[in-house]
Design a protein around this ligand. Structure first.
Ligand SMILES: [Zn+2]
Length: 500
């Protein structure tokens, strides 16, 4: 079944709250426009702008009533901006996700056909519970005429310093915390745990950082996790991929296989739904899978995948938590310094290009395969180093820094949300909170909430295709050996579960 969701920035939320919360405590109504963001299994409405009411557009008499003229004007404004229409009203003093009263349902159903006819997109209905600023939403996307029905959304996501998600318990019930999570729950309480564990989280890249992040998310009780990487384990990865074994390198196992195995061992949720994908985020299928998620961890170092993630954090309002490490050496090979960075990429914060963590000029050469061309690398000099030194004792600091950003952004301890870009220099033991600001000329940040109208950065990824194909006699025999090894691993996991 297709899931639906709504996302907005905290700036849009503020504008809506100003329209919907009245000094006299009565209910109110307003309209807004949205752009669609279509994933493989989720359709999200990204709220773009408020369509303010004019005098006489709605009647406020305890309950509020909207006029057909306002709906028609809103639908025409939406259609001109290639948007859908959102009809919002408030429930004064209420809290949590709201169910619909019979008059609410009748009102939205009566305009659903007209709005879809004008805009070509389903009407989205939303309710603000003013008691605790909870949102609820439904998409009028089933049937036509008198048989029109709505799909209740899974959640509503507001992206600001804190990532605030309201959940529809009827569609996505909160799982019961297990005894294995007692210490985790005691850190931030039941309500926060029930929020965190329901989020669909994607980790892009299952290398030294991504693998560790993925396993720790599973250990903290998350129920819906996906890891994406097309690469395989090789002997030279074994000094950093904690959990990967020599047989994984011998069998040329996909890195996502190791991530799946280790996350299953660590998972504390009674039911942890772990998905793996051997796509690249640079491929259309990889991007569409990413659009099914609420939060993404960027654990890749190449410019092209980072550019795709940088773009979708703004265009599709899915926050991306990114980090990396650079180790400098002297010409003689001795260590000079190590620097690790972490930041949440989201509207309101500078993008990875503006905070100088991504050189967009390297995306085109990467797409042309030049970043693996020795002549190009020599010419590019310092701006691109294909083999970055990295060591297991330091990569864990990137993991820690990224996960601390995740906790600040998701939990906001004492009301403080994400701290902005952080950078630590190992040689001088100096932690810096960087003041990088957004650029007025940044094309990534202005494309906020454009959804399916985003600039297309995906394409054919030759490396990913080549790694997945792995054909011929050698490929066939390795696949057979992997199959036998999988069976042995399956029996071991089963025996371990029996032991529990
Ligand atoms: Zn920017």
């Amino acid at each position: 079944m297709r899931r639906t969701s709504v996302a907005m920035t905290v700036a849009i939320e503020e504008a809506l709250v100003q329209r919907l919360v009245r000094d006299d405590g009565q209910e109110d109504i307003c309209l807004a426009t949205y752009r669609p963001s279509t994933g493989l299994s989720r359709f999200s409405a990204l709220i773009r702008a408020v369509v303010p009411p004019e005098p006489g557009d709605r009647l406020v008499h305890g309950n509020a009533t909207v006029t057909a003229d306002y709906i028609l004007r809103g639908a025409e404004a939406a259609q001109e901006d290639k948007c859908g229409l959102v009809l919002l009203h408030s429930h004064p003093g209420a809290s949590h996700w709201q169910t619909m009263s019979a008059p609410d349902r009748a009102c939205e159903a009566s305009y659903a056909n007209l709005v879809r006819e004008v805009t070509g997109l389903p009407l989205v209905g939303m309710t603000l519970a003013t008691g605790d600023r909870s949102w609820s939403a439904r998409h009028w996307d089933v049937g036509v005429g008198r048989a029109v029905h709505c799909t209740h959304s899974t959640n509503v996501r507001v992206i600001g310093g804190k990532f605030a998600v309201t959940w529809n318990d009827a569609v996505q019930p909160p799982p019961q915390p297990s005894t294995r999570q007692t210490r985790t729950v005691s850190a931030w309480g039941d309500r926060t745990q029930a929020d965190l564990v329901r989020r669909r989280v994607l980790v892009v890249g299952a290398g030294s950082v991504g693998l560790d992040v993925f396993v720790r998310l599973a250990a903290s009780g998350l129920c819906h996790l996906t890891v994406m990487d097309f690469d395989i384990v090789e002997t030279h990865n074994l000094d950093r991929l904690i959990g990967a074994e020599r047989r994984d390198a011998r069998l040329r196992r996909p890195k996502v296989h190791v991530a799946l195995r280790e996350a299953r061992k660590a998972a504390t949720a009674a039911r942890c739904n772990i998905k793996v994908s051997d796509r690249s985020i640079c491929e259309l299928e990889g991007l569409r899978l990413a659009l099914d998620h609420d939060l993404i961890f960027s654990c890749v170092d190449r410019p092209w995948p980072r550019a795709v993630l940088n773009s979708l954090a703004y265009s599709d309002l899915i926050p991306v938590i990114d980090g990396g490490i650079a180790i400098d050496t002297f010409s003689g090979g001795e260590m000079r310094n190590a620097t690790w960075r972490s930041h949440v990429v989201r509207p309101g914060r500078p993008c990875m290009s503006c905070n100088r963590q991504l050189d967009l000029g390297l995306v085109a050469p990467e797409r042309q395969g030049l970043l693996d061309d020795p002549a190009y690398i020599q010419h590019a000099g310092e701006s691109f180093r294909p083999i970055n030194p990295n060591v297991a004792p330091l990569s864990v600091n990137v993991v820690a820094s990224i996960l601390a950003q995740y906790v600040s952004f998701s939990v906001a301890p004492a009301g403080f949300g994400d701290p902005g870009p952080l950078q630590y220099a190992l040689s001088t033991h100096h932690l810096e909170c960087r003041e990088d600001s957004a650029s007025p000329h940044c094309t990534t940040e202005v494309a906020e909430g454009v959804g399916d109208h985003r600039v297309c950065l995906t394409g054919l990824h030759k490396d990913a295709e080549r790694t997945r194909q792995f054909t011929g006699a050698v490929g066939a025999s390795v696949r057979l050996l992997r199959l036998i090894d999988d069976r042995i691993e399956g029996v071991t996991t089963w025996l371990n579960l029996l032991g529990d």
